[in-house]
Ligand binder design. Structure first.
Ligand code: ADP
Ligand code: MG
Length: 691
């Protein structure tokens, strides 16, 4: 039998071009895809539950005899049907119903229903149950297996998807879906055979442990999650190996430039900066490329660490490129590095996407001509950008750069041969559980100490009905010589709308706070305009800055000590933490007002509560992860770094140590199984497998 991964979905009965297109939308192109498309959850329709035994919140099949039918008038008119089975009674409630429906449920009718029992006005109720009248004396049959509920796409029904799965299951066999985990490995890690797990998950028997399945801790789910995580691990190791196999410029530990730099700096590096600096310095002195991630909370002083690394390459006579994800941040780095390096006699060049014409040509010439320090945006990745002697690439706020882009750097090395060292810096603290798996291809250093003299930001939650008070608060802070940010958040994923909102807010605040100098910055403004506004704010000419989240990353104005964030419930915690990190950079006590729009959902309340309770980015990251899931937190939608089909890093974190060991074993003893696994799981994200 052919492998199911080679059989198109069109081989299934009833799947033509149109249906195949719909299936492709959820990633189902072949029969293996169909079998790996696992149910989100299950319904238990295998037994009839006595009404008296129903718990609130339980989904169940029940049967009973109608004892009363009423149309009740409450807030909304509804049909209430009383149903009893001798063990208890409950009500079925319908807000939409036809006369025919009502007539079909007369007193004495025998009904079978399925739905969720909820506490209601009349005791337990089921809203809009699925139901049918039972006739005759024979007991109506129940389902033999749990009913799977699949993730759907438009134009696809559960019924249809179930049929397709059942058809595919009928073709399941050891040849058609090979198990790439060798027996020995499966035994050591207590993993069930692949086909058994797949079969089970599409058709769990009536006695399956529904709670375990719901939590994702069932053995069958473990089997697949393990394989997926294992594959992810293998791909990262491959990536790492192939990068390590390259040669890099050897950069001896520097002394002259760092000493001069530190002498001019005006403060002493923290213990953490020194420790991380040493880790980097050692890596750079080695002949293979460094791949190091520096994690440090906002304000931890990553830029100093970056400068020390740069100086080591510069002292050895090489070029360094520093890249930042936004123009504002890149420009700020450009200014900082000019300030730090020019006194040491080192030139700094600038390149961003917006640079055009002559200015761009001049920048490209400088870079090719060997200007030692180059700062810019991802425009530095473009093909026409040729470096003369590039030895080190520093990437700020890594989570916005993809693996692909990092790989592309290789071509930029000296003579296209020596691979530059890579230093990646992120202020998004990554929970330990995740870091091990998400960045298995990188070494990590943690900058876990803030420079002295910082006081934690005091965060409060205020409903937007008290907006006027908040405006007064801004007035008072500015009257004391402080500066403030007023941040407008994203509206319905639309940058356009968000910028408009910021403009409106700017006008309102300008008229409400007539005596203050108010500035506006948003993503639709020209880079030069943005830069001018930023500079004015930094110099203290502007007292209040109305902004969209463009100020999120890295912007540094120590005199700003108050931040208002409108509709904070629209943002992820990691992003809120980043934003809030713009204040609390000076010696004054800083405040952050989360101006939310009530009512908040339960989760919304919990999330904002976390912001109020802690300033520790790692704690926030852990909680954010628990509430939102890893893909969102790391901003990996674009890079595809952490999109799992079955696994969930948080839920399956306890599998990770075993997964790592198993990956080693597989590489050592069954290397021929690696490629098929990569192919199976990473078909849509091949960057890992092929370096
Ligand atoms: P981040 O880690 O968020 O990128 P920055 O590098 O922007 O942080 O540093 C934040 C601020 O702290 C800057 O104004 C920087 O000059 C200052 N800073 C960095 N290191 C120290 C230190 N060791 N002592 C005092 N201030 C420092
Ligand atoms: Mg920074």
């Amino acid at each position: 039998m052919t492998e199911l991964s080679k059989v198109s979905v069109t081989a299934l009965k009833g799947v033509g071009e149109a249906m195949a297109e719909k299936l492709a939308k959820v990633g189902l192109e072949n029969l293996q895809d169909v079998l790996f498309h696992l149910p989100l959850r299950y319904q238990d329709r295998t037994r009839v539950v006595p009404i008296g035994a129903l718990r609130p919140g339980q989904d169940a099949v029940i049967e009973g005899v109608v004892s009363g039918v009423d149309v009740v008038m409450g807030k909304r008119r509804s049909l209430l049907v009383r149903l009893g089975d001798g063990s208890g009674v409950l009500s079925l409630r319908f807000y939409h119903f036809s006369t025919a429906q009502k007539d079909g449920m007369k007193r004495g009718t025998h009904l079978r229903c399925y739905g969720e029992a909820r506490p209601g006005a009349s005791g337990l109720e089921i809203y809009h149950p699925e139901y049918r009248a039972l006739t005759g004396d024979e007991p109506a049959p129940v389902e033999q297996t749990l009913t799977p509920i699949y993730p759907l796409t438009e134009g696809l029904t559960q019924q249809r998807l179930r049929q397709l799965c059942q058809q595919s299951l009928a073709m399941l066999g050891p040849r058609s879906l090979p198990d790439w985990l060798p027996h020995e490995l499966a035994r050591d890690y207590q993993l069930a055979p692949l086909n058994e797990a797949i079969h089970y998950l599409h058709n769990p028997p009536a006695d399956a442990d529904v709670d375990e399945l719901a939590l994702g801790h069932h053995w069958a789910q473990h089997r697949l999650a393990f394989e997926e995580l294992l594959t992810h691990q293998l791909s990262q190791q491959r990536l790492r190996e192939s990068l390590r196999a390259q040669r890099a410029p050897l950069l001896p530990i520097a002394s002259r430039l760092p000493a001069q730099y530190l002498a001019n700096l005006g403060f002493a590096p923290t213990g953490a900066q020194q420790r991380v600096g040493k880790e980097i310095a050692y890596d750079l002195s080695q002949p293979e490329p460094m791949l190091r991630l520096v994690q440090g909370d906002v304000g931890a002083g990553k830029t100093v660490v970056a400068a020390l690394a740069a100086l080591q390459a510069l002292e050895a006579g090489y070029q360094v490129a520093l890249m930042a994800p936004t123009e504002i941040l890149a420009e700020q780095h450009f200014i900082t590095f000019k300030r730090w390096l020019e006194p040491l006699g080192i030139d700094v060049a600038w390149l961003a996407g917006k640079l055009k014409g002559k200015a761009r040509a001049a920048a490209l010439e400088q870079i090719a001509g060997g200007t030692p320090m180059v700062v810019g945006t991802h425009a530095l990745f473009q093909d026409e950008v040729k470096f003369q002697r590039l030895a080190l690439v520093i990437i700020d706020e890594q989570h916005r750069f993809g693996v692909q882009q990092r790989l592309a750097l290789r071509q930029k090395g000296v003579g296209g041969q020596l691979c530059p060292h890579q230093l990646i810096m992120t202020a998004t603290p990554i929970p330990r559980t995740l870091a091990m798996s998400a960045y298995a291809d990188l070494d990590t250093s943690i900058l876990d100490e803030l420079p002295p003299g910082r006081t934690p930001v005091n965060t409060v939650l205020v409903a937007d009905s008290r907006r006027i008070e908040v405006v007064e608060r801004v007035r008072a802070a500015c009257a004391e010589g402080r500066q403030a940010y007023w941040v407008c958040t994203l509206i319905e994923e639309s940058e356009e709308l968000t910028c408009q909102a910021a403009e409106t807010t700017f006008e309102e605040l300008t008229s409400a706070l007539g005596e203050l100098r108010v500035g506006l910055i948003h993503g639709r403004m020209k880079p030069a305009e943005k830069a001018a506004v930023m500079a004015e704010f930094k110099q203290g000419h502007l007292q209040l800055l109305v902004a969209t989240t463009v100020i999120e990353v890295g912007v540094d104005v120590p005199n700003a000590s108050l931040m208002i964030i409108e509709n904070p419930e629209r943002l992820g915690l990691a992003q809120l933490h980043q934003l809030r990190g713009r204040v609390g950079r000076g010696s004054a006590v800083s405040h952050c007002v989360l101006l939310y729009h009530p009512p908040l959902s339960q989760i919304g309340r919990e999330r904002l509560g976390i912001m109020r309770e802690t300033n520790d980015g790692f704690v926030i990251a852990e909680k954010d992860l628990a509430l939102r899931g890893p893909g969102e937190m790391l901003g990996t939608r674009q890079t595809g770094l952490l999109q799992f089909k079955v696994a969930d890093l948080m839920r399956d974190a306890d599998l990770l140590p075993a997964v790592r060991d198993a990956a080693q074993a597989l590489l050592a003893r069954w290397p021929q199984n690696v490629s098929p696994l990569l192919e199976r799981w990473l078909r849509h994200g091949q960057q890992y497998g092929q370096v």
